[in-house]
Design a binder for this molecule. Structure first.
Ligand SMILES: [Zn+2]
Length: 113
């Protein structure tokens, strides 16, 4: 389950932020998660809870904001929405797509005391 190591690196970022900004308690972590990535939100929530114990983020909530998948279709010459990696273009059915959004995994916001 690679979500565990992702959650661990998230906590490292949160603790580094706490050190530089001087807060001592985290209430909520808002995480951007791309719909085309390989991260299962449910597993992420579970792992986040587990790795928070004993850290500054103990008891904090994790709010996951899903970023929809977007690709640039070379045939249509415009951005299109895709539901999965390697999906064809919904407009022309072509495969000349370049993913432009949907694999994000980053902390958008920290709600702190
Ligand atoms: Zn197209």
């Amino acid at each position: 389950m690679h979500e565990m190591s992702l959650a661990e690196s998230m906590i490292e970022i949160v603790e580094a932020e706490a050190a530089s900004q001087g807060f001592s308690k985290v209430r909520t972590v808002v995480l951007e998660l791309g719909a085309l990535g390989h991260v299962d939100p449910q597993a992420m929530l579970f792992c986040f809870d587990a790795v928070c114990r004993g850290t500054i983020a103990e008891g904090a909530g994790l709010e996951i904001v899903t970023v929809p998948g977007t690709a640039w279709c070379m045939d249509c010459g415009k951005p299109v929405a895709i539901a999965a990696r390697y999906d064809p273009c919904p407009d022309c059915g072509g495969h000349q797509l370049q993913m432009t959004a949907g694999t994000e995994l980053r902390i958008r916001e920290l709600v702190v005391d």
